[in-house]
Design a protein around this ligand. Structure first.
Ligand SMILES: [Zn+2]
Length: 609
């Protein structure tokens, strides 16, 4: 039995000549009409020998040389009983081997679903990527939306695991949830059927469910090869000590992860594979692969017909392969139109008339103006809601980032039962204090008036300010207040000796009660960025529904936070002017903030709120 691809290449071109005429749909047109217009005892008719109907095998005298069916019903059945397939057209009835081919095609369609590793369709751009992959040590697949990147990579992972004994593969994704819903099923799908059938052996261990993915986030094949699943919200320490033959990072991989992962590849001369849509931000990895790289292959793109994507590009074409010789790094671009399983027409109609930059990114995997922005997927039109639309209920949290001479930047966020989060208030706000950061030659802007206007409040004054703001919000006191661990935990004022800011905030005064703050988890900046991106994400190619929507929203009058989310790059490091609002948001999201139902406060044991 050939694979779908072999069948497609051999049969559909030579043997099924007029595939376009069939269109994969419905009824062959010539057959029905003639039975009505011709008399059943016509002259030509009688001379024709009887033949068997292709569908029901009944013997009949054809009224026309091309007729293969005893009646119209059998003609319709011939077409409708053949399964749909995006690549191989249905078999025409007038083909000399029609019955045989139809059976083969039907069986292949079933086999492709059951055993895609052996029988699945391998499109041309996958073959090209295979070739490039074989020749480099690091590969970036930069693809348009739904261009088939994840499936291609999942196939490479399974191939590597099967290729030799005791192989180690690490697969990394944005969060545990996306690992389970995107990455793990893609790999499970490509595992050979025989391996899926048995769960445990002397060496191998493989237990998978759609709901939870692979048990313990890993599996071991009978040849001793092992596959582990990690995600960017985990500590980078998780990576330490693992030697790998292949590491696959899907979407949003923070630069610091890539840097650490490279060390895990040294001893086994392993390979690094990154798959992403450049739209999704964390662009420094993309730059690492494409910056200064030579474009070695161009391919035509439907949406570029008669146009130049960039002034230096050939008309009608987009880059297909890029190469950084010195680092042995390559990039292959997957176009959305390459994937026959993708509803391309739908996507195309959405992009018609869009700015060229957007077309290049979404359909051809080429990043231009989004490059460098930490939250390129943040879109005010999607992620911002008017104050009047804040849903009822929700659990209130607050976070603050104290700084000596500047104002403390603070955020308040509501968390809902369904996991949605809405940032409802910031301090200092634009209306009262102006901009927190302003555009400048620096990547992360320069400090605006809000950083210093009326700065220098005492701890008691801050407590009073927070209480006033929380009265305005009208949802009671926050169930938890977080504080930057470095500022909150280090000795605050010299005359108080070893007293920390957290101690001072908790200490009651003559005028008011103390306020309990807890230090937010101390995690690297990249992990905070990943957490924000993860909550901003949704499938941009599909309509927004309750099943496909971001988890994070910002009320549209929080201008300072919104500006920083739109412009922040992280390139100015600790000194970045737009950094504090991003830090605050990241601290909230990295903490286990959850909706707390009625009476649920007790479950926060040890709280003291
Ligand atoms: Zn029939």
């Amino acid at each position: 039995m050939p694979s779908i691809s072999e069948y497609h290449r051999e049969e559909s071109e030579s043997v099924i000549p007029d595939a376009s005429g069939i269109g994969g749909e419905g009824v062959e047109h010539s057959a029905g009409r003639s039975t009505v217009t011709h008399s059943p005892i016509g002259k030509n008719f009688a001379n024709r020998p009887a033949r068997k109907c292709l569908t029901c095998s009944k013997s009949f005298i054809p009224d026309k040389e091309t007729n293969r069916f005893c009646r119209e019903k059998c003609n319709i059945a011939w077409w409708n009983e053949q399964p749909q397939h995006p690549v191989i057209p249905k078999v025409r009835a007038d083909h000399p081997r029609a019955l045989e081919l139809r059976e083969q095609r039907t069986q292949l369609c079933l086999l492709e679903k059951a055993d895609p590793f052996t029988y699945g369709f391998v499109p041309d751009h996958w073959e090209l990527a295979n070739k490039v992959w074989a020749e480099c040590s690091e590969l970036l697949i930069s693809g348009g939306n739904r261009a088939g990147k994840t499936l291609w990579a999942a196939r490479r992972v399974v191939e590597t695991l099967l290729s030799k004994e005791n192989c180690n593969v690490l697969c990394c994704h944005t969060s545990n949830a996306t690992s389970v819903t995107v990455q793990q099923p893609a790999i499970y799908q490509y595992l050979p059927v025989a391996l899926k059938a048995t769960k445990k052996g002397k060496i191998h261990y493989l237990n998978y469910s759609r709901k939870n993915g692979f048990t313990d986030g890993s599996f071991i094949l009978p040849n001793g090869s092992r596959c582990d699943f990690l995600n960017y919200t985990q500590s980078e320490n998780t990576i330490e000590g693992r030697e790998a033959d292949l590491i696959w990072c899907d979407e949003l991989v923070p630069q610091s992860w890539v840097d650490t992962l490279r060390y895990r590849l040294v001893t086994r001369r392993g390979k690094l594979l990154v798959t992403q849509t450049p739209l999704e931000g964390v662009a420094s990895v993309y730059k690492e692969f494409t910056g200064g790289a030579a474009i070695t292959e161009w391919h035509g793109g439907q949406m570029l017909a008669g146009k130049q994507g960039l002034p230096t590009w050939p008309v009608g074409k987009a880059p297909r392969v890029m190469r950084l010789e010195k680092q042995n790094r390559s990039t292959v671009f997957f176009f959305s139109e390459d994937n026959p399983y993708n509803p391309w027409d739908e996507m195309k109609s959405k992009l018609v008339g869009a700015p060229m930059g957007q077309i290049l990114t979404r359909a051809y995997g080429w990043a231009s103006d989004n490059i460098g922005k930490a939250f390129a997927r943040f879109r005010p039109e999607t992620h911002c809601i008017p104050r009047s639309k804040i849903p009822d209920g929700g659990t209130l949290y607050m976070v603050c980032d104290p700084a000596g001479s500047r104002n403390w930047y603070c955020l308040w966020m509501l968390v809902y039962e369904d996991g949605r989060k809405v940032v409802v208030r910031e301090f200092p706000d634009f209306t009262g204090y102006g901009e927190w950061a302003l555009p400048s030659e620096k990547a992360d802007g320069k400090p605006g008036p809000a950083q210093t206007l009326e700065a220098g409040r005492s701890v008691i004054e801050y407590r009073q300010l927070f209480r006033t703001i929380e009265e305005e919000i009208g949802r009671g006191e926050p169930v938890m207040r977080l504080i930057d661990p470095r500022a909150g935990g280090s000795p605050a004022l010299s005359e108080q000796g070893g007293t920390t800011l957290i101690d001072l905030l908790a200490e009651p005064s003559d005028q008011d009660d103390g306020m309990a703050f807890i230090p937010a988890p101390g995690v690297p900046v990249d992990q905070r960025t990943a957490a924000i991106n993860s909550d901003l994400s949704y499938d941009v190619t599909k309509p927004l529904t309750s099943l496909n929507e971001p988890r994070l929203y910002v009320v549209d009058d929080l201008h300072n936070l919104i500006w920083c989310m739109s412009e922040h790059t992280g390139r100015d490091g600790q000194k970045g002017a737009s950094k504090d609002p991003i830090d605050c948001l990241g601290m909230l999201l990295i903490s286990k903030i959850e909706h707390v139902g009625a009476g649920g406060l007790d479950s926060y044991g040890g709280g003291g709120y």
